[in-house]
Design a protein around this ligand. Structure first.
Ligand code: FAD
Length: 385
């Protein structure tokens, strides 16, 4: 069996490793010319870590992951702790520690595990087509590649999705912009083994540790879509947005490097369950584009990769049965995570300010039980138990 995979993001690379593990001949094609992921880091929740472990990357993942022992919410204006609790009950319940990981390092780990030199960089797919005996992709340079299957792991603006669905889709602006980057840990911002989140006015400022004494930080700012922004001006923009906020937030704004701070408008897509057309299938953000509010987009892509492997393990000689099985096991779970994230997004970012104020009041009463229950609810249901 031969698989042609489009996209060397975390979904495409996880799928490449997963299929190689069961003896597939795999070719990966990526439009960019170098490994330069957009975004600073991600939280790989326990379900994602379990998938990486399944792909043989347990030690490598743990080496890159930050240690999150506690989680806290802080009143963004006063700096008062609203709640602080241990992550241990979550780890005990799901059997795996989550790991925030710098994106470029996660990406490189996956690329090396597959074989960095075997990735075909600089290859932009311009069309894909199904056929009776093979599926074929065509590239901008005029060349093409065929396989028993084509996996479109080509991200949120997927061309493969357009082919599978028979037309383009419109993504939905979620109402806020996310600024993110990496910065050295600093107790003035938050403890080095804590995921600290400052909240207020539907805004959010968060830091969580990644390996190498660094924090992954992000700021969520509700604003209309399409506001002008000049790269390099994040400090001025954030200083204005968070004027008067607690000292920890001011320290973070002073310490961040505006040149490497990313600004992303957050969009998502209504779940859909047509993931396969003949020998062509979508995977990762191409199949389920979510807001990052529960940190599950990338984890879900990793789950897709393992589910794809299991489907071909169970139907080794039948492409159509395997892809049908893959879609059947994934669409509901992935769609559920998209909708859970959307719901969380609305509360966090004050779509209805009363509900957000109610959430802040709940945070002041929280001992961790409800938050951990919610996170566990997101984690369970993946292919690796
Ligand atoms: P991508 O990472 O987008 O990769 C797609 C690849 O396909 C790209 O390399 C692209 O260049 C390539 N490609 C596209 N079109 C073509 C083409 N025509 N030809 C060839 N190559 C092509 N997820 C989590 O699990 N936890 C988090 O904490 C988290 N935080 C996030 C924070 C933010 C601000 C955002 C925006 C997302 C976050 N996510 C998180 C989601 C996560 O980043 C995505 O779900 C994940 O990157 C999806 O991986 P992917 O491989 O499907 O797509």
């Amino acid at each position: 069996m031969k698989a042609v995979i489009i996209g060397a993001g975390m979904g495409g690379m996880s799928a490449a490793i997963a299929l190689k593990q069961i003896g597939f001949d795999v070719e990966v094609y990526e439009q960019v010319t170098e490994n330069k992921p957009v975004g600073a880091a991600i939280s790989v929740w326990s379900n994602g870590v379990k998938c990486l472990n399944h792909l043989g990357l347990e030690k490598e993942t743990a080496a890159l992951g930050g240690i999150v022992d506690t989680m806290s919410y802080v009143d963004g204006h006063t700096g008062d702790t609203m709640c602080r609790f241990s992550m241990q009950p979550l780890i005990d319940e799901v059997g795996q520690r989550p790991y925030p990981i710098a994106r470029a390092e996660l990406q490189l780990m996956l690329m090396n595990a597959y074989g960095f030199d075997d990735i075909n960089f600089g290859m932009k797919m311009v069309s894909v087509e199904d056929g009776p005996d093979a599926a074929t992709v065509h590239f901008a340079d005029g060349t093409s590649a065929s396989g028993d299957i084509v996996i479109g792991a080509d991200g949120a603006k997927s061309l493969t999705r357009e082919y599978v669905l028979g037309g383009p889709v419109t993504r939905r602006y979620a109402g806020y912009v996310n600024f993110n980057g990496l910065v050295g840990t600093d107790p003035a911002i938050g403890p080095s083994t804590e995921w600290t989140t400052y909240v207020g006015d539907g805004k959010r400022v968060s830091v969580m540790p990644v390996a190498g004494d660094r924090f992954y930080f992000f700021f969520d700012v509700p604003m209309p879509e399409g506001q002008p922004f000049e790269r390099g001006t994040a400090r001025e923009v954030l200083a204005k947005e968070f004027d008067g906020w607690a000292d920890g937030v001011q320290t973070l704004i002073e310490k961040l490097d505006p040149a490497t701070t990313n600004r992303v408008e957050i969009l998502d897509l209504d779940p859909f369950d047509t993931w396969v057309k003949g020998r062509v299938a979508v995977l990762g953000d191409a199949a389920h584009n979510t807001t990052p509010d529960i940190g599950q987009g990338g984890c879900s892509a990793m789950e897709d990769a393992v589910a794809l492997q299991f489907a071909f393990r169970d139907h080794p000689d039948d492409v159509h049965a395997a892809l049908a099985d893959y879609a059947a096991t994934r669409t509901e779970r992935a769609g559920d995570l998209v909708l859970r994230a959307r719901k969380r997004c609305d509360v966090t970012h004050a779509k209805d300010p009363e509900k957000t104020e109610q959430w802040y009041a709940e945070l002041r009463e929280e001992d961790g039980t409800n938050i951990i229950r919610g996170i566990v609810g997101n984690i369970v249901g993946g292919p690796v138990t």
